[in-house]
Design a binder for this molecule. Sequence first.
Ligand code: ZN
Length: 150
Amino acid sequence: MLNPEEYSDLRERMQSLDDGGLMRVVLLFQDEYKPEAISIAKEELRRRGLEGVTLEQLIEQTPEEYYNFVPDFCPGCIAETTDKSVGKLFHFYNIGFYLIGDGSECDICGSIIQRIWFLIFIPIYPGSKYRVKYLEPGFFHGKFVSRRLK
Ligand SMILES: [Zn+2]
């Protein structure tokens, strides 16, 4: 149980979130918040007339807010790629396989286009191109998801 002071701190913190932030708390990160935080967030959404908001609505209203926080690609990026991911990149001190490049950043899901290269200190051999999405530091530090371009 929270004491009254903790509760009012929590309440203030939740109320200071924008709509997208509140929706994220309620829809995406339920497990990471205390039950009190979830009910305050729900109450605040109700107050703002956003009661019963669904994940689909969150994605539709603020796609960046959604895609910034999940390891998903947007439908546009999925359409131009295949399910094939880069997999594990074996490398050591600039020898091995690396993803290089930062082309065509997607406005919606934030993925970029990179090519896989075999390096021996400098790029030697080019491989396929991928859409790569680097995941929010803190949540999944240093990790990425990828899909090969068609
Ligand atoms: Zn995208």
